[in-house]
Design a binder for this molecule. Structure first.
Ligand SMILES: *[C@@H]1O[C@H](CO)[C@@H](O)[C@H](O)[C@H]1NC(C)=O
Ligand SMILES: *[C@@H]1O[C@H](CO)[C@@H](O)[C@H](O)[C@H]1NC(C)=O
Ligand SMILES: *[C@@H]1O[C@H](CO)[C@@H](O)[C@H](O)[C@H]1NC(C)=O
Ligand SMILES: *[C@@H]1O[C@H](CO)[C@@H](O)[C@H](O)[C@H]1NC(C)=O
Length: 357
């Protein structure tokens, strides 16, 4: 049987995409077989505006949710080329929708994509009535496996969906922010369970969970309302949040906003990176990866108020800030600003310094 990565590389070759330079392949192998990669870089792509990103260690490609166009950008960091931009009829360049969260199931290679009702974020949770979707895309056959209207489950009572994770069985968890909720989608896409949902009275303007990160059956979420880190057990039929005690005490999102979280592969689930939009990336550790408690190690600071740190991503063996410039004027008749250059900052050394301090 051919391996998934061989299939994907073959598929890439068919589409005229070279995988990565042979010289890099021959050098030391890092995570999931992807060659090492380091240093700041900039993606030159009109209207990319990456809100979240996921590096697939099978294909060694970076998937990005392109917020305003509501597309998914696929980038090969080793050749510095955009490989593909996925468009979704009815969603792409429709002002009603954003695409933020993307996640690749590391077992199956299937890509989960969160489509959110843009009004929910634009109004700070005052209008969460719009339609949210979770989609699953098969990169090997280039087909959409499902597109589920999550509003059929939420009945428009809560919303603001923006990030996604999977458990080891391939079930998908989608997190909503206004207020906190997590919906579980069965592997076959046939059942959506309100796994962790708010109880009345529901206050939709309270920004709660912003991101998800998973390791085995442990699911972590950052609750921006309380500033706490929550742990869930994905073996459980309903999601029960347990607050992770943090030493020294630290509140996430003290500047009022917080965003995507990540357990980078290179630390085997022992280090959590929390993107805090305007202040930078806070770094936490659980030495045994149980996340029954956590140490707050410090902050990788960010000082440019015109650009938000919306997520982090490991590419090869390095760690990056995903940077989203908010506030660009929308090009008349389009849904996006006019930027072409999108920098990614290498924070590997700063994180390593905090972890080894
Ligand atoms: C990346 O760019 C930032 C901002 O310009 C700079 O502070 C940092 O030193 C750069 N990092 C590397 C690894 O070049
Ligand atoms: C966004 O859409 C414009 C067309 O309006 C297109 O030129 C551009 O490449 C798209 N960018 C992305 C990342 O979707
Ligand atoms: C999604 O489902 C909701 C609730 O059933 C419905 O009101 C809405 O029209 C649906 N969205 C679309 C685009 O069909
Ligand atoms: C991009 O938009 C800004 C603000 O509308 C404008 O000042 C600038 O000239 C535009 N740049 C290009 C290359 O069109």
């Amino acid at each position: 049987m051919q391996s998934i990565s061989a299939l994907l590389l073959a598929a890439a070759a068919l589409r005229g995409i070279s995988a990565f330079p042979q010289a890099e392949v021959a050098s030391s192998i890092s995570y999931g077989g992807c060659p090492p990669f380091h240093g700041n870089f900039t993606i030159h792509q009109y209207q990319l505006y990456p809100e979240n990103a996921y590096f697939d260690t099978q294909s060694c490609l970076l998937y990005m949710g392109c917020l305003w166009n509501a597309t998914v950008g696929i980038y090969n960091p080793y050749t510095a080329k955009i490989v593909d931009i996925l468009e979704f009829p009815g969603t792409t360049r429709n002002p009603l929708f954003h695409i933020g969260g993307v996640g690749v199931d590391q077992q199956s290679g299937l890509v989960s994509i969160v489509v959110d009702a843009s009004d929910a974020f634009d109004t700070g949770g005052q209008d969460i009535s719009g339609t949210n979707y979770i989609m699953q895309w098969n990169p090997y056959t280039q087909e959409l496996l499902y597109k589920i209207n999550l509003t059929e489950t939420t009945h428009g009572l809560y919303g603001g969906y923006q990030d996604v994770e999977q458990d080891p069985e391939g079930n998908v968890y989608v997190v909503g922010t206004y207020p906190s909720s997590i919906l579980k989608v069965s592997k076959d896409g046939k059942t959506v369970t309100p796994w962790f949902v708010p109880t009345p009275p529901i206050v939709t303007t309270t920004a709660g969970l912003a991101g998800l990160a998973a390791q085995d059956y442990i699911l972590l979420g950052n609750d921006c309302a309380s500033g706490n880190l929550w742990r869930f057990d994905m073996c459980s039929s309903t999601g029960i949040p347990v607050t992770v005690p943090i030493t020294p005490p630290y509140k996430i999102g003290s500047k009022g906003v917080c965003d995507g979280i990540r357990l980078p592969l290179k630390y085997s689930g022992t280090v959590l990176l929390v993107a805090e939009d305007l202040s930078g990336v806070s770094v936490f550790r659980s030495k045994d990866a149980s996340w029954e408690s956590a140490e707050y190690l410090g902050l990788v600071p960010w000082n440019d108020p015109s650009i938000f740190v919306t997520a982090t991503v490991q590419i090869g063996n390095s760690l990056y800030m995903v940077l989203e410039p908010f506030g660009d004027a929308i090009v008349p008749g389009q849904t996006s600003g006019n930027r072409t250059d999108f920098p990614f900052f290498d924070i590997t050394k700063q994180v390593e310094a905090l972890v080894t301090a």
